[in-house]
Design a protein around this ligand. Structure first.
Ligand code: PGA
Length: 248
């Protein structure tokens, strides 16, 4: 089989951070650079969406699993789509923990996003205790299989996966390139059992304390197709360095 070339993707997840000046600083920094070799997505808090130029690709950090209705504080996939949002992070470990989002809830959110032609960035990843207990691969399999059961494997060609070990998020403790590659390869092989074509083409991002200084060795791994960046996405220069480290 021909080896597919997967276009790299770097997404910045601002979480509940940033301010109006950062919108301009980030846009100006990115606009000045040659970033034709990859896709760059910024996922700011909702109120900042309208401040970005239409040339920036935006992602949401969350979406409701409902289409509409009495769900105070929630935002629907249709609304995101109406405002030009292209991606949405689903199943981030902070939402799984803080908002008790189960694998089933995450699967419903992926389905809702796909229905509205948004590209979900589906996050999976284990805590330190799960890794230590030796159940890492079972845990990640369950996270992925819940979504396959809901939307079917073919729909995975319309989403991006992100492997984010919880112990590496915001801790400064990055997974080693070999640890990242091991899990990315496992995920690709797991998908390949169901659909080889989908598995070969799907982008699998790494997330967890990626910085300009470590991005290149992580992104050089065979099954790492870019990154989902938290803290470093708030620093325009560091975020740009990460984008430039993506495979050419
Ligand atoms: P971090 O966050 O880069 O700050 O570790 C990654 C994430 O939560 O997506």
């Amino acid at each position: 089989m021909e080896v597919p070339t997967r276009r790299p993707l770097v997404a910045g997840n601002w979480k509940m951070n940033g301010d109006k000046p950062l919108v301009d600083l980030m846009q100006n920094r990115l606009e000045q650079a040659d970033l034709k070799h990859l896709d760059v997505v910024i996922c700011p808090p909702f109120p900042y969406f309208g401040l970005f130029k239409s040339t920036m690709t935006l992602g949401a950090q969350n979406v409701s699993s409902f289409d509409s209705g009495a769900h105070t504080g929630e935002i629907s996939a249709k609304m995101l789509q109406e405002f030009g949002c292209r991606y949405v992070i689903v199943g981030h470990s902070e939402r799984r923990a803080d908002n008790h989002e189960s694998n089933q809830e995450v699967a419903l959110k992926v389905a809702t996003a796909l229905n509205m032609k948004l590209m979900p960035i589906l996050c999976v990843g284990e805590s330190e205790s799960i890794r230590d207990s030796g159940k890492l691969f079972d845990y990640i399999t369950a996270q992925i299989d819940a979504v396959i059961k809901q939307v079917g494997i073919a729909k995975f060609s319309d989403l991006v996966l992100a492997y984010e070990p919880i112990w590496a998020i915001g801790t400064g403790k990055t997974a080693s390139p070999a640890q990242a590659q091991e899990v990315h390869q496992f995920i690709r092989e797991h998908l390949a059992k169901k659909n080889a074509d989908v598995a070969a083409n799907i982008k699998i991002l790494y997330g967890g304390s990626v910085k300009g200084s470590n991005a290149q060795e992580l992104f050089s791994q065979k099954d790492v197709d870019g990154g989902l960046i938290g803290g470093a996405s708030l620093d325009p220069q560091d975020f740009l360095s990460i984008c430039l480290a993506a495979k050419q």
